[in-house]
Design a protein around this ligand. Structure first.
Ligand code: GSH
Length: 227
């Protein structure tokens, strides 16, 4: 018998909003889809946090989504699930070529940019952090900004997002873009416009406001603080 998944309640499990970029991506997709969901914030790296995460997903990581008894884990898998569950939200571009490219962008962000991620830990509550630039870091910054520029110039006609309308590619790229203001990385041209569009997005502002209200501090993610 076909299961009506639409009846299954959604429970989203996120890490600290300040420090969890992977949680932010599917949370943006949930908001964009207008999904009704309950949210559990599990503060990371405090005693007992792993046990708590394991109650929701065998991977023991955030993000995790529960749809009834079904566990869905990993940011991109959750976004894919939401694209199927909420087709009207058009979380992928309609055009097959644009969709293939949006998937490539999302996958590249999901599996790549490790130098940016390691050098610039996601810390969306902080600004004015200083981390020395290296050739590897500059190379990845150049790559990601060129990618955004290419999406905007070739696919961005219908709106301010990478593929015009808001898609999963934006869900995956926004947390990466938000690292740049933390570490004072000046962007130019369409990459700067893209960051500004992201910073003004109501769902992003909601996430950032929630992060500001958090009290926990994860020292390992507080890179580049002035002594
Ligand atoms: N590739 C995974 C990464 C998940 C991940 O590393 N989550 C981090 C927080 S952003 C986490 O749960 N850390 C806690 C731990 O590893 O114990 C995804 O895209 O969801």
């Amino acid at each position: 018998m076909k299961r009506d998944t639409k009846m299954e309640k959604l429970l989203f499990v996120t890490g600290n909003k300040t420090y969890s970029p992977w949680s932010m991506s599917p949370w943006l997709a949930l908001r964009h889809a207008g999904a009704v969901f309950e949210e559990v914030v599990v503060p990371l790296f405090v005693p007992g946090y792993k046990q708590k995460l394991l109650e929701y997903s065998a991977a023991g990581k955030v993000p995790a989504l529960r749809a009834g008894n079904q566990a869905i884990w990993d940011s991109l898998a959750i976004c894919e699930y939401l694209a199927e569950r909420f087709p009207k939200a058009e979380l992928w571009p309609q055009d097959i070529a644009a969709r293939a490219e949006a998937r490539s962008v999302s996958a590249e962000v999901h599996s790549g940019f490790t130098v940016i991620r390691n050098s610039y830990p996601f810390n969306c509550r902080a600004t004015g952090r200083h981390v020395p630039r290296t050739a590897e870091l500059d190379g990845e910054i150049e790559r990601v900004t060129a990618m955004w520029d290419s999406c905007r110039s070739r696919h961005g006609k219908g709106g301010p997002w990478l593929f015009g309308r808001f898609t999963i590619a934006d869900c995956m790229c926004i947390p990466l873009a938000l690292r740049f203001p933390t570490y004072g990385v000046a962007l130019a041209g369409s990459a700067a416009d893209y960051l500004s569009t992201a910073q003004q997005h109501p769902a992003v502002r909601e996430w950032l406001a929630a992060a500001k209200r958090e009290k926990e501090v994860i020292e390992a993610d507080e890179a580049g603080r002035d002594p």
